[in-house]
Design a protein around this ligand. Structure first.
Ligand code: SF4
Length: 386
C-alpha cells in the first residue's frame, strides 16, 4: 500500500499491514509539554441561532454522542494510557475548583441535547472516583431523550453499581485487558488483581446494567496472547467483548506501529477456533465493527482506529473535566466553555458558541495518521476520557 510521499499520508488499511517505513514509527516519543494549557476561548456568533437538534459539522456529521470526563484521576496506571513514568506522585492533577460542577456539566449537557446529542458517556480518568457521581447521573438522566452510560475499570462497581442504576445509569462498559492475573497487574501497574474487575462485572450485571460491554486494548507482545482466553471466558455470557487497537492517543504511551495488532488479525485468530460472521452496525457511527459466533455464542466487536479509520461517521464530542470541548480524540487543543459559563454568558450564547465550534469541525485524524502525526503533542486520554 503506497505512502504519499508529498503528504506523508497512508491509505487506510484493508488487508495486510501497509506501513512501508517502520523505523519512523518505532521511535519512542514522550514530549512533556502540558496540552491542558492549550485552549481557545470560543467565539460567540453575532447571531444567536436557536438549536435545531441537527447540528452538522463541515463533513455533514451530526453531533450525537457527548463524552464527559468527570475526573482526570485514576486508581490504575495503565501503561497505554496513564504510564507511571509520567503520572507519578508529583504529577499535577487538576485542582478541585477548576473542575466543572455537576450543575455546570448538566447545563452543558442540556445545551448539547438541544443540538441533537442523544447519548452521554461518563468517563475519566476513573469516573467512579468522582464523589456523589449518582447525583450527576440523576441530573443527566432527567434530560429528555438522553441515554446515560459510563466507562470504568470496574473495581468500584461492587460498591456502586446498584446506586448508579437507581440514579438512572442505563449501561456500563468495563475495561479488562487480560484474565492472566500477572499480566493484568502489570498492565494496570497498581498491582490490582483481575478478580476485582470480574467481581465488578458481576455486580453491574446483578444491578441490571447489562449486557456489559467489555473493552480490551490489545498491545502486541504484552497481552495479545490473551485474546483467545478472553473470548473463551465471555462467549455465551451475554456480554459483548470488544478488542481495541492500541492507539497513538496522547503523547506519553510510547506508541509504535509494531505494537498494534490489526483488528483483522484479531478476528482471524478467534475465527480459527470459534467461526465468526459479520453483523450490521446497530446505528450509523457505531465505533465497533460487530461480529457474531456462528454457533450462537454471542457477539464480539473490534475497534480499529489505526487500521480501519471510521472518521467519516464520527459523531462524538468530548468535554474535559474542566470544561474544554474537544472535537477529536487526537486533538491538540480544546475550546474553553467553562469560561463562558463562569463569565455569566446566557444559554443562547453558550449554545451558539457550541454550534459554531461543531460547524467548523473537520477532524479526521485516523484517516491522515502518519509518523509525523503520531509524534504530535496530543491531549492525554486519561484527561479526555477516550
Ligand atoms: S480520529 Fe477523531 S474524527 Fe476520527 S473517529 Fe476518532 S475522534 Fe472521530
Amino acid at each position: 500500500m503506497p505512502q504519499n510521499k508529498a503528504t506523508g499520508q497512508w491509505t487506510p488499511y484493508n488487508g495486510a499491514c501497509p506501513y512501508p517505513s517502520r523505523t519512523e514509527m518505532n521511535q519512542r516519543v514522550i514530549p512533556l509539554a502540558d496540552e491542558r494549557l492549550l485552549r481557545q476561548l470560543p467565539t460567540i456568533p453575532r447571531e444567536l441561532a436557536a438549536p435545531t437538534g441537527q447540528l452538522l459539522d463541515s463533513r455533514g456529521r451530526a453531533v450525537r454522542d457527548l463524552r464527559i470526563s468527570v475526573t482526570d484521576r485514576c486508581n490504575f496506571r495503565c501503561v497505554y494510557c496513564m504510564p507511571k513514568a509520567v503520572f507519578d506522585k508529583d504529577y499535577a492533577f487538576l485542582p478541585r475548583e477548576s473542575l466543572l460542577s455537576f450543575e455546570e456539566i448538566t447545563r452543558l449537557a442540556r445545551l448539547f441535547a438541544a443540538h441533537g446529542v442523544s447519548k452521554i458517556r461518563l468517563t475519566g480518568g476513573e469516573p467512579l472516583l468522582r464523589r456523589n457521581l449518582e447525583q450527576l447521573i440523576a441530573q443527566l438522566a432527567a434530560i429528555p431523550g438522553i441515554e446515560v452510560t459510563l466507562t470504568t475499570n470496574g473495581v468500584l462497581l461492587p460498591k456502586k453499581a446498584a446506586a448508579l442504576k437507581a440514579a438512572g445509569l442505563q449501561r456500563v462498559t468495563v475495561s479488562l485487558d487480560s484474565l492472566d492475573d500477572a499480566v493484568f497487574r502489570a498492565m494496570n501497574d497498581m498491582d490490582v488483581p483481575v478478580a476485582d474487575v470480574l467481581k465488578g462485572i458481576d455486580a453491574a450485571t446483578a444491578a441490571g446494567l447489562g449486557p456489559i460491554k467489555i473493552n480490551m486494548v490489545v498491545k502486541r507482545g504484552l497481552n495479545d496472547h490473551e485474546i483467545l482466553p478472553l473470548a473463551r471466558h465471555f462467549r455465551g455470557s451475554g456480554h459483548i467483548l470488544r478488542f481495541i487497537e492500541f492507539m497513538d492517543v496522547g503523547s506519553s504511551n510510547g506508541w509504535r506501529m509494531d505494537d498494534v495488532v490489526p483488528s483483522a488479525e484479531v478476528v482471524r485468530r478467534i475465527h480459527a477456533e470459534f467461526p465468526l460472521e459479520p453483523i450490521d452496525p446497530n446505528y450509523t457511527g457505531e465505533v465497533a465493527e460487530r461480529w457474531r459466533y456462528k454457533d450462537g455464542g454471542g457477539e464480539i466487536g473490534v475497534i480499529s482506529s489505526v487500521t480501519q479509520a471510521f472518521c467519516s461517521t464520527c459523531t462524538r464530542a468530548r468535554l474535559s473535566t474542566e470544561g474544554r470541548l474537544y472535537t477529536c480524540l487526537f486533538a491538540q487543543s480544546g475550546h474553553d466553555l467553562r469560561t463562558l459559563l463562569r463569565n455569566g454568558r446566557s444559554d443562547a450564547e453558550v449554545s451558539a458558541a457550541i454550534g459554531h465550534i461543531w460547524q467548523g469541525r473537520g477532524d479526521r485524524y485516523s484517516e491522515i495518521r502518519s509518523a509525523e502525526t503520531a509524534a504530535l503533542r496530543k491531549i492525554e486520554m486519561s484527561y479526555i476520557g477516550g
